[in-house]
Design a protein around this ligand. Structure first.
Ligand SMILES: Cc1cc2nc3c(=O)[nH]c(=O)nc-3n(C[C@H](O)[C@H](O)[C@H](O)COP(=O)(O)OP(=O)(O)OC[C@H]3O[C@@H](n4cnc5c(N)ncnc54)[C@H](O)[C@@H]3O)c2cc1C
Length: 498
């Protein structure tokens, strides 16, 4: 019996462990509902619901090839031991996982259990990660990433001979819920949806992608929305790259040099983001404690001493008094997704203007983001908080961002109906309305909509200066005016990596 352990790789195509195991012998396709993962503070009900849909779609694909997905509940080592007691097996097949601390510890326990039982654990690389990379340069890594992403995806096995478990072992699973509730506007999981999104994106949207990603008015429908599918491994980076290359070579593109050139430039822009993703994975491979510890140890102590719990709650609830921050939070509550610029803005408001340590906001956002991916997530937390090292700290002015990205307040009014009648001139700074204007539009600041939690300009200035002082003290940067690494106010700098 060949056990194929599905984790964040819920697909049958481009799944080398499954293909190789199926060529070796009867396969037990296994997914585990692991309490340690589900009860961890970064897991939520919407993750669980999205994964459920992906599991159903994976099971359907396996059934078409003669197998089926077996789901069991328990810690990995407990379950493997139970199966082994019934039917000893020689090989465990899976992908390598670059996940959170819980999965890292779990993998160490599984490795120890395999050694004890003489089971060979064949783990395959994924997400462009080179495990054990120590001395290679960024250029070597990028070359390998390019070779991987431009190679053909692994074909799904045509037939899979199933290996069945004693029905006593494959008892029906009692799903563990995960924190909170599922989101009414959440994207649906499953392979068919991933392929639909990819096809639509590559055919019609990608050409306008670079211009669409920043404003929430265009990003919702202009971005690929593939992130949760990538996070659960429903689709792979290599499959996406293949679809993009096919589009470039398609007859309508080949016959129009101008369009083809625009397409290629948009594809490069998009592919850059996929390679950032891979870069964050590689980074996390060598920093498994990234979710707890500052990337730069010299920044320890910066925010640890104070945590204003009341501010944290108001931020989580979308009640900061800054309409763009609050609207973004409301959209996130409803859908589990906001675009990158808004992610940066809400986070930077928490860690800079509200001066909250990044760990609790990170966990909250992890539960909220249906596409939560520890490697990207914690790197981004630290880049925004200024704890990632040279040049890091991203601070966004929420009023300027609103003026730039949502000039007429369409997004803000959509998610904050209380501000519907506020005149355009005040929509991003409603606290500046005089009592007469408030009475006129029927919106009272402090009761219909919160007064601002902080003076954002003053708070951001203080945060910048505290971070700068700490970075100087840690020897990461020089004093201002002496050629120091500056802070960026907006943009997409991926500081501190490679
Ligand atoms: C504070 C913060 C937290 C984030 N947390 C996550 C997270 O938990 N999970 C997650 O997938 N992305 C995260 N991102 C990155 C980015 O915001 C999302 O990947 C993107 O918004 C997902 O939507 P999309 O699939 O439509 O992206 P697209 O714009 O269509 O991009 C395609 C893919 O490229 C990758 N990508 C895009 N932007 C980035 C980036 N900046 N860094 C790394 N990879 C990127 C993602 O895999 C994404 O699915 C975070 C960004 C910030 C600023």
């Amino acid at each position: 019996m060949e056990i194929v352990w599905f984790k964040h790789d819920l697909r049958i195509r481009d799944h080398a462990p499954l293909t190789d195991a199926a060529a070796t012998g009867p396969v037990l396709a296994l997914f585990l509902h692991e309490p340690d993962i589900i009860l961890a503070p970064d897991f939520s009900a919407s993750h669980g619901a999205f994964i459920r849909e992906c599991l159903d779609s994976l099971n359907a694909a396996l059934q078409e090839r003669g197998a089926e997905l077996v789901e069991m509940t328990g810690s990995a080592t407990e379950v493997f031991e139970k199966i082994w007691q019934q039917q000893p097996f020689a090989t465990l097949w899976s992908h390598e996982e670059t996940g959170n601390w819980v999965s890292y510890q779990r993998d160490k326990q599984v490795a120890a259990w395999c050694r004890q039982r003489g089971v060979l654990w064949r783990q395959y690389p994924q997400n462009g990660v080179l495990r054990g990379l120590t001395s290679r340069t960024k250029r070597d890594w990028l070359a390998e990433l390019e070779a991987y992403s431009s190679s053909e995806p692994v074909k799904a096995p045509r037939n899979i001979v199933p290996s069945r478990l004693d029905p006593m072992l494959a008892e029906p699973v009692t799903p563990l819920q995960g924190a909170g509730h599922d989101k009414p506007g959440r994207i649906k999981g499953g392979r068919a949806e991933a392929i639909r999104l990819l096809t639509e994106f590559v055919r019609t949207k990608i050409i306008r992608y670079p211009q669409s990603i920043s404003s929430p008015l265009t990003a919702e429908h202009g971005c690929s929305r593939l992130s949760p599918f990538l996070a659960q491994g429903v689709i792979t980076m290599r499959e996406i790259v293949l679809a993009m290359n096919r589009r470039v070579g398609s007859p309508d593109m080949a016959s129009n040099a101008y369009r083809q050139e625009r397409l290629i430039s948009a594809l490069r822009f998009f592919a850059d983001r996929l390679s950032w993703r891979a870069g964050y994975f590689q980074n996390m491979e060598s920093m498994p404690r990234l979710e707890f510890d500052n990337i730069h140890p010299g920044m320890t102590g910066l925010r640890e001493e104070q945590f204003d719990a009341a501010r944290f709650v108001q931020w989580k609830n979308g009640e900061t008094g800054y309409p763009m921050v609050d609207a973004a939070m409301k959209m996130l509550h409803h859908t589990g997704w906001i675009n990158m610029r808004l992610r940066g803005m809400v986070l930077s408001f928490a860690v800079n203007e509200l001066w909250l340590h990044w760990r609790e906001p990170a966990l909250f956002l992890a539960r909220e983001f249906v596409d939560y991916e520890p490697a990207i997530h914690y790197n981004q937390m630290q880049i925004h908080a200024g704890t990632a090292g040279a040049g890091s700290m991203l601070a966004y002015n929420p009023v300027k961002q609103a003026q730039e990205l949502d000039p007429k307040g369409v997004f803000v009014r959509r998610w904050l109906p209380a501000l519907q009648a506020v005149p355009d001139a005040y929509i991003f700074e409603p606290w500046t309305m005089s009592p007469a204007v408030q009475a006129d539009c029927g919106v009272t600041i402090g009761s219909d909509y919160p007064a601002p939690l902080v003076d954002h300009l003053k708070a951001a200035r203080e945060a910048r200066s505290r971070v700068a002082d700490a970075q100087v003290a840690a020897g990461i940067r020089q004093r201002a005016g002496s050629g120091s690494a500056g802070q960026k106010r907006s943009g997409s700098t991926q500081a501190g990596l490679f």
